[in-house]
Design a protein around this ligand. Structure first.
Ligand SMILES: Nc1ncnc2c1ncn2[C@@H]1O[C@H](COP(=O)(O)OP(=O)(O)OP(=O)(O)O)[C@@H](O)[C@H]1O
Length: 661
């Protein structure tokens, strides 16, 4: 998610919160008085440099230390080997360039047809095939989850796409039906959901040119014959603020650049977007990324059944949002600078794009309606308030449009429940985040990671118990022992607990909706959570914050703005305005649902954290009923340079936590 400065701070994770240290051979325990001998063992292991790339499972490395493990990964990377097992986890190193034939249909078939795929070279297709075979197997649970994690730019989206392509190939139902109708083919439609969701939900950031600004869980539905018959997508926490505010040197969502770069003259005319027009909300438009391909998005829309008229409505809405960004409410000393919306937007722009009368839009942005008993009082907004209302309008429209698209995609690809019996889920979630300034977005993301960490720990320990009991280890006379791991339940209780927790206090403050909520939230946090060891404060800090000791390290969260973000208010005037739109899509997405959920003050009855917590709980429930498979993607250098592995830059917090001992 966004960071004001884009810079990533490395918290003291090496000595930070507890983590799963995994399962290491007893002889590998680094005891304080054996430091020298451990150092000796490390050096001895590293001497055989030519052999390092041959370790296809990091549990075979001896001793297991961050140094030895990273050296092995580096050696493998330099030998162009990008996948390595780490016990029950697959480690995927990002090559940052297409590798010929690594993911071809022939390679898919090789893994799919192999009697023992795990005997082939480590590959994401081993994970895919194992999950696929488990679905057929007798072992419960037969439903599978593929959890893909890693820091921004590590390759999660790429990996998820690879997995989807694998199943769309090996489990293709159309080849059986021999359908010639490519547009109607379910696997084609499932794959086509990717370019659409990426166009609307991904953006070029400092860390990744194609960064997903939302989390997603895709469920691939299989019938009795193991054929792919449908899919459904659940998304989490779209970073909607990006539409009206882009961090320095980053871009807005891809779709906007696709539109300005790929539209025909006719479309530009329709969207009132003449060539050369400057858009405040479209920074760094000169930067072109691979994902700037409009026709691919449109083609995918067509395949999924979004007809020309709907597309037109969608693009008009998007163009309208862009025009909003050019509306300026600050007083101008320049007399020639227009001050009303109509003049600023050159005529009837908003009437055409949003299908709402300009005067009404102007009124909704500039005037607040206060209820005093049965009477309504109109109060002009300050310039700051006007700008906030404008940004809010843009964000709420974009977020609702995204939600509508996801629902449309689901309608188009979801199979009737009677048609499928099992599923393979693919979870692509944002990794643990720690910036110089962190706020509600990071708190939610890191909370999700705490949840997944807990799930991983439980699964990891179960897997290790099975492994320890396996004949292989017994026959080799190896003794294994658990290394201390810290249960992160107390940190989860701190964040989400039902009695007194960060979320419960935040929600209370949000509901009270008092003017001094930031100060009150701080006071209450300090008072009510003063005995909790997982939270601390630096009372002398100029920026009020609290620090949470997460499993991957400590993170400071800024208190300023957190309550407001949690309330996520939408002025009621804006909602009623959008409901009046003659753009049938805009009208539809604002009619049913939003109003039911709003209080008269424009506050959502469900706060951001409650909504997120609920959706995460549903996800965890699903994960608990499946057999999980973990893939950890690793970014080998900060600058996304092809084939470059910089050990010192592999600072993925959770990855290090995995093999630190
Ligand atoms: N296996 C791969 N082979 C070739 N290139 C890859 C591979 N994995 C990732 N990449 C490259 O790395 C870029 C970043 O990967 P990706 O977008 O999947 O990261 P991410 O982990 O999803 O990041 P974010 O959290 O920001 O969304 C891709 O756009 C692609 O160029």
């Amino acid at each position: 998610m966004s960071s004001a400065d884009g810079g990533r701070v490395r918290p003291g994770f090496r000595h930070g919160g507890g983590t799963v240290k995994g399962f290491v051979h007893k002889d590998q325990f680094p005891r304080p008085n054996l430091n020298d001998s451990l150092e000796g063992e490390i050096q001895a292991f590293l001497t055989d440099e030519d052999q390092l790339h041959t370790y296809d499972d990091l549990t075979k490395v001896n001793p297991v230390t961050p140094t030895t493990v990273l050296k092995c990964l580096q050696a493998r990377y330099n030998a162009r080997v990008f996948y390595t097992h780490a016990g029950c986890t697959l480690v995927a190193l990002n090559p940052f360039q297409p590798i010929p034939d690594l993911y071809s249909v022939d390679v898919m078939k090789e893994y799919h047809c192999a009697p023992q795929p795990q005997e082939l070279k480590p590959h994401i297709f081993i994970v895919a095939e194992e999950a696929y075979r488990n679905v057929q197997g007798q072992l419960e649970p037969v439903n599978q989850s593929l959890v893909v994690s890693g820091e921004s730019g590590a390759g999660k989206t790429w990996t998820s796409r690879c997995l989807m392509k694998y199943y769309a190939t090996v489990a293709a139902s159309s080849s059986v039906v021999k359908s010639q109708d490519i547009v109607g083919r379910i696997e084609r439609r499932v794959l086509d959901s990717n370019p659409i969701m990426e166009a609307f939900g991904n953006a070029c950031t400092l860390r990744n040119n194609n960064s997903s600004r939302f989390g997603k869980y895709i469920q691939l539905q299989l019938d009795r014959s193991q054929l792919l018959v449908g899919a459904s997508v659940q998304t989490y926490l779209l970073e909607k603020t990006r539409v009206a505010c882009q961090p320095a040197n980053e871009r807005n969502f891809h779709i906007y650049y696709q539109m300005i770069k790929g539209a025909t003259d006719e479309q530009r005319k329709d969207w009132k977007m003449p060539c050369g027009q400057h858009f405040v909300w479209l920074p760094n438009a000169e930067k072109t990324v691979e994902e700037d391909c409009f026709h691919e998005t449109v083609e995918a829309m067509v395949h999924l059944g979004i007809n020309a008229e709907r597309q037109r409505e969608i693009f008009r809405i998007l163009a309208g949002i862009l025009q909003l960004g050019n509306v300026n409410f600050s007083p101008s000393t320049d007399e020639s600078q227009p001050c009303n919306l109509e003049e600023q937007s050159k005529g009837n722009t908003f009437e055409l794009l949003f299908s709402i009368p300009t005067e009404e839009l102007q009124l909704a942005l500039r005037v607040r309606t206060l209820k005093a008993g049965k009477q309504s009082v109109l109060k002009p907004c300050s310039q700051t308030e006007c700008s906030m209302r404008r940004d809010c309008l843009a964000k709420v429209i974009y977020a609702q449009l995204f939600e509508w698209l996801v629902a449309f995609i689901n309608n188009s690809i979801c199979a009737d429940k009677s048609m499928w019996c099992n599923f393979i889920g693919i979870l692509d979630v944002y990794g643990f985040e720690c910036f110089q300034l962190n706020n509600l977005e990071q708190l939610c993301i890191n909370y999700a990671n705490e949840k997944l960490q807990q799930h991983f720990v439980a699964h990891y320990l179960r897997a290790q118990q099975v492994m320890a009991a396996s004949e292989e280890y017994v026959s080799e006379g190896l003794q294994w022992s658990f290394v201390k791991y810290q249960d992160n339940q107390s940190c989860l209780d701190l964040i989400e607990g039902s009695t007194v927790s960060v979320f419960s206090l935040l929600n209370e403050e949000s509901r009270l909706n008092r003017a001094s909520d930031c100060k009150m939230f701080r006071v209450r946090l300090e008072k009510e959570l003063c005995d909790n060891v997982n939270i601390s404060w630096d009372k002398f800090s100029k920026v009020p914050h609290f620090t949470v000791a997460h499993y991957a390290g400590k993170v400071n969260y800024q208190i300023q703005g957190m309550v407001e973000k949690n309330k996520d208010p939408v002025p009621p005037e804006l909602n009623s305005l959008l409901q009046k739109s003659d753009n049938s899509l805009l009208h539809q997405i604002f009619t049913d649902k939003e109003t039911d959920n709003m209080t008269s003050k424009g506050l959502s009855k469900v706060t951001v954290v409650s909504k997120f917590k609920n959706s995460l709980e549903s996800l965890m429930k699903i994960l608990h009923t499946t057999t999980p498979h973990y893939t950890r993607c690793i970014k080998p250098n900060h600058d996304c340079k092809p084939l470059t592995f910089k050990k010192e830059e592999v600072d993925d917090l959770e990855t290090n936590a995995l093999w630190e001992s």
